[in-house]
Design a protein around this ligand. Structure first.
Ligand code: AMP
Ligand code: ZN
Ligand code: FE
Ligand code: FE
Length: 281
């Protein structure tokens, strides 16, 4: 019996709320039969999630989500079929997480200057793994009563260009694609809607990245309209790469993205996985 497909889930190894095991339980309960875990900058949750997925009879695809830069434009990149073992991409992850730590301290300092009495220890209490980020700072601000939700903490304070925002180290998109391929992974551009707020010529941008080894586009993201999902699927297939998708679930308290269905209307085609597998060679 086949169920839903969800190739974009986060656990508490990065900024999701649930442990890998509990995340998989929730994913099974949601009627998902194929899932991918893609924590930010960390592979630590994959082995635990795979064991739980096997127990629940779920097809499991290991992955990771990276934040990259392409000629001054920021975007997220998913890499599928990457394992928690030494390799070219894995070798860069400690450096990325160290950049997060330095950036988090600077954001905390900015918040102090803005009058918020928050410390890095307040932030670290919300992080269960080694990949700590703005969502954990947001959690600490919620706990203090400074804001009501992660979303409210991002609005104005933590969002890109926000009052407390600080940049961090990133791979370029081309570096990430090469490292992914050299590691046996398939790189996919995540939620293209967030690239320059959607004001971008997707076909031209992706054509350039496909030449470098890009293997897919996350057409079916929870934040995309039906029209954008269809458009990005067309662009992906014209370029001969996979059209993938997922909910970007971070826990039921965070955002409105539910496992398997996003805000309700998400249906990732089963063919997404076949298309991804075809990009593996
Ligand atoms: P960081 O990885 O520390 O740069 O934080 C960025 C992450 O925060 C994103 O990958 C999302 O998971 C999350 N995020 C971004 N915007 C929001 C928002 N408005 N509300 C809650 N979480 C967000
Ligand atoms: Zn996240
Ligand atoms: Fe993302
Ligand atoms: Fe994500």
């Amino acid at each position: 019996m086949s169920g839903l497909t969800d190739l974009h889930l986060h656990s508490n190894r990065s900024d999701g709320a649930e442990s890998p095991t509990h995340l998989v339980e929730l994913t099974a309960d949601a009627g998902v039969s194929t899932m991918a875990l893609v924590d930010h900058d960390v592979l630590d949750g994959l082995d635990e999630a795979r064991i739980a997925a096997e127990f629940h009879g779920i097809q499991f695809i290991p992955g990771i989500e990276l934040s990259v830069d392409h000629n001054g434009t920021k975007m997220h990149m998913l890499v599928y079929f990457i394992e928690n073992k030494p390799g070219p991409l894995e070798a860069k992850l400690a450096w990325l997480r160290e950049g997060r730590n330095q950036r988090n301290s600077q954001i905390v300092k900015n918040l102090n200057d803005l009058g918020f009495e928050i410390t890095i220890d307040d932030v670290l209490r919300w992080a269960a793994g080694e990949s700590v980020g703005r969502p954990h700072i947001a959690d600490a601000l919620v706990e203090m009563g400074a804001v009501k939700s992660r979303d409210e903490a991002f609005d104005g304070l933590l969002q890109d260009g926000g009052l407390a925002y600080v940049e961090r180290n990133r791979l370029t998109a081309l570096e990430a694609i090469t490292l992914a391929r050299d590691s046996g992974g398939v790189p996919v551009i995540a939620h293209p809607k967030t690239i320059s707020g959607g004001a971008v010529d997707y076909a031209a941008l992706f054509a350039e990245l496909v030449d470098a080894g890009l293997g897919g586009i996350e057409a079916h993201h929870a934040s995309h309209s039906p029209e954008l999902r269809e458009h990005l699927t067309t662009v992906a297939h014209r370029l001969g790469i996979a059209a993938t998708g997922g909910s970007d679930f971070h826990g039921n308290k965070n955002r409105d993205f539910r496992i398997g269905v996003g805000t309700g209307d998400l249906r990732v085609p089963e063919t997404a996985v076949e298309e991804l597998l075809a990009q593996r060679a």
